[in-house]
Structure formats: C-alpha cells, structure tokens
Design a protein around this ligand. Structure first.
Ligand SMILES: [Mg+2]
Length: 400
C-alpha cells in the first residue's frame, strides 16, 4: 500500500477547520484534522510543505512517518508543526483501521470503558443564568459541567470610575471583556456556593481561569474554592509560569487542570514528574495526533494524572472523533470537553457522535468512523471569526 495523494481542506461550516485527506493506491483513504485557531494559513502552508514527502510512502508505517515529519522540518515542534503532523497522523490511523476492519480504539488496545464522560459549558451573565444552564445540561444527562459567569470572568461594562479613560467606551475592533481580578477572586467562590446549594456536592463542576491571575492570586482563589470540591481548576496560571506551579500546589488541595495551549510531551513532562497537575488538557489535534496522545497518556499514567482534552468548537469533528477513540482506550482518561456542532458541520462531516446521558461513544466502524464531504466543505470558505479580547478595567491588554 502506498500513499498517492495528500489533500488539505480549509472550511468554515461553523469555525475554521482544517481536514487532511490521505489517499492510497488501494482505494482506501483516511481523514485527519489539523485545526489551529488563528493559525489556519500557517498550518495549511506547513501541510503543503510536508505533503510531497508522503507520496509513495507506506501509510502503515505510522510511527516512522511521524518521526520523519517531526525531524524533517529541522525547527522541530511548535503549535503549527504539531497540528499539521496531527492531521497526517490521524489520517494514517484512519487508513490502518479501515485496512484492519477495526475501529481505531481497538488498535489502541481496546476499550477501557464503554462511553467517555464529556463536559459542556454553562456561561451565564449572572449566577441564576449559569445555574439554569447547569440544570439544562443535567437534564440532558451531563455528569460534568464547566461553570463561568462571563466566559472570561469579565465584569461586563467598565465601572463608571474608569469610563473617562477612553471616551465612548470600547474603541477596540473586537468584542472586549473587562477583567477585575479582585472582584473575580471574590465572585467565583460565591458562584460555587450558589451552585452547590442548588445541585449538591455530587455533580462534577469546575471552572476555567483562562490564565488571568498572578501566581499568588491563583493560589488564593484555589484555596478559597476548596470547600466546593471542584473536579479541577482549569488553567489557573499561564503555561509560561512553570515555576509558579510549585507555589500554587503548595497552597491548595483543589485539583488543577492545565495545558491546552501547550504543544508537546516536552511541555507536560516536567509537570507530570513533579505531580504539579491532576488533569492535562493538550488534545491529540494539537500534540501531534493519536500516536503522540497515546504516549502522553502513558507518561501521565504512573502519576495518576488524567486526561481532560481541550475540545471547544474551534476544534472540528474529525479531531473530536480521534479524541473519543483515544479517550475510550487509555486507562487514565478523566473527562473530554465536548462541542456541539451546527447543522452545516453535520452535513459536511458524517459520523459525528452524539453523547447519550453525558457519555460519548465512537462509531463502531473501521477507522475513525467519520467521512468528509469535500464538495460541500468547499461551499464554506475561510471566515475570520472575531474572538473576545480581555482587558483589565484600566484598559491594559490582558494576556489571554
Ligand atoms: Mg480553557
């Protein structure tokens, strides 16, 4: 079996997704995904560069091809390379599954569980609105919910005392949330008190800080959240603040989840070795694919650190399918972030799984169990999607 073509498709039925199709001389083809929000053109260019290297190669030599693509670029690693390699890697696993007549999770060692627990986001503008959304997810069978007041914990309109700083309110081009660390640190435990009063202690709840706090602020928040038994506190610090994870860990028993904007096992390994986190977030699509996701899980397993793969809707359904297969197979699975896709995405990609009772299941088909309609994908060209920016209340740009 030989690779005859590698095609990359940039399509925006909902968000911008990059799908990679690898074709072979035996008619079997595979799909992968290399989506990387805000770096779509860079990833497409990298795929254009590496695709000719794959022509004529044996697609079943997944391990060797992974390292070939990784080493070949010389400037190894980085988010763009890892996404591009992930797209290729997933497609090769899809081909292998089709050739073997088995779902990919079977090739990864078989199922460690039937369904994988998924979570979704409750983001109200008030405690009451957030609670209503939590209740709706619980009604749908969700067992884990991420809870926020405002996606980034913003205070909405700027306090009046700052209004004169930039006359006429926001002059920025993109939607802007304003963040007041002091108010935020006081507010989040109150949100959890409100939700625990309503839903009890059993429901798994957690919260995403989006890396907006200083180390000592993060320590204070994590400590104050201890009575509310979070499943984990997500991204309490920026990944660059690696030294500060020790400080944070020493101050709290709130479990910590980290790493959605990290890029490889090399970023996560020191956090594993020192047991500074409890859940890792780096998903297959941003870490080099299924092959690398299996290695990262193996590195985390001896420390009882579990997966919580990043999976918002700027990651598409092919990558989601790959994450479900990996999550079903690995022993140290924790939870999987879930994105619901719109009708257009369901039309472009077939085989998207729908969670039942808060659990997602892979398709019981050879390979990843998904297919992409190329003609339809071409009808949804790249679209610039504005994403909210976060500023401190005095107008200073926030890092995240
Ligand atoms: Mg996050």
């Amino acid at each position: 079996m030989k690779i005859t073509a590698v095609k990359s498709i940039l399509t925006c039925p909902q968000r911008n997704y990059i799908f990679v199709k690898i074709e072979t001389d035996q008619g079997v083809y595979g799909w992968g995904e290399a989506s990387l929000n805000w770096s779509e053109f860079e990833v497409m260019t990298r795929l254009e560069q590496i695709s000719p290297l794959l022509i004529g190669q044996d697609p079943t030599r997944i391990q060797d091809l992974w390292h070939y693509l990784y080493a070949r670029t010389y400037w190894m690693g980085g988010s763009i390379s890892m996404a591009a390699i992930a797209g290729v890697d997933m497609a090769l696993w899809d081909i292998l599954g089709k050739r073997a007549g088995l779902p990919v999770y079977q090739l990864l060692g078989g199922k460690s569980r039937e369904g994988v627990v998924v979570y979704n986001h409750a983001i109200g503008s008030t405690f009451e609105e957030t609670a209503e959304q939590v209740a709706a997810f619980v009604d749908r069978g969700y067992k884990v919910v991420r809870v926020q007041v405002g996606e980034y914990g913003g205070v909405g309109n700027r306090p009046q005392s700052y209004a004169g700083e930039r006359a006429g309110g926001s002059a920025y081009l993109e939607p802007t949330e304003y963040f007041h660390a002091g108010a935020y640190i006081e507010n989040v435990p109150k949100l959890f008190q409100y939700l625990r009063d309503q839903f009890g202690m059993e429901l798994e709840l957690f919260h995403d800080v989006h890396g907006k706090l200083t180390p000592i602020q993060a320590a204070r928040l994590a400590k104050n959240l201890e009575p509310y038994r979070l499943m984990f506190l997500e991204d309490p610090l920026r990944p660059e603040h690696r030294e500060s994870f020790r400080l944070l860990r020493q101050h709290t028993t709130t479990p910590l989840g980290m790493g959605e904007i990290m890029q490889s096992k090399f970023d996560l390994l020191p956090l594993f070795q020192e047991q500074l986190i409890d859940y890792y977030r780096l998903p297959p699509v941003h870490s080099g694919g299924i092959s690398e996701a299996m290695k990262i899980a193996a590195l985390a397993e001896p420390y009882d650190i579990r997966s919580a793969f990043h999976g918002p809707d700027d990651i598409g359904p092919v990558a989601q399918a790959a994450a479900v297969h990996v999550s079903r197979a690995i022993h140290n699975f924790g939870v999987l972030e879930w994105a619901d896709y719109n009708t257009a995405t369901h039309e472009v990609v077939s085989g998207i799984s729908t969670p039942r009772d808060g659990l997602a299941y892979p398709q019981e088909l050879p390979g990843l169990g998904i297919d992409v309609n190329e003609g339809l994908a071409a009808q949804f060209p790249y679209t610039r999607v504005p994403t909210p920016m976060v500023r401190r209340i005095d107008g200073t740009m926030h890092v995240y």
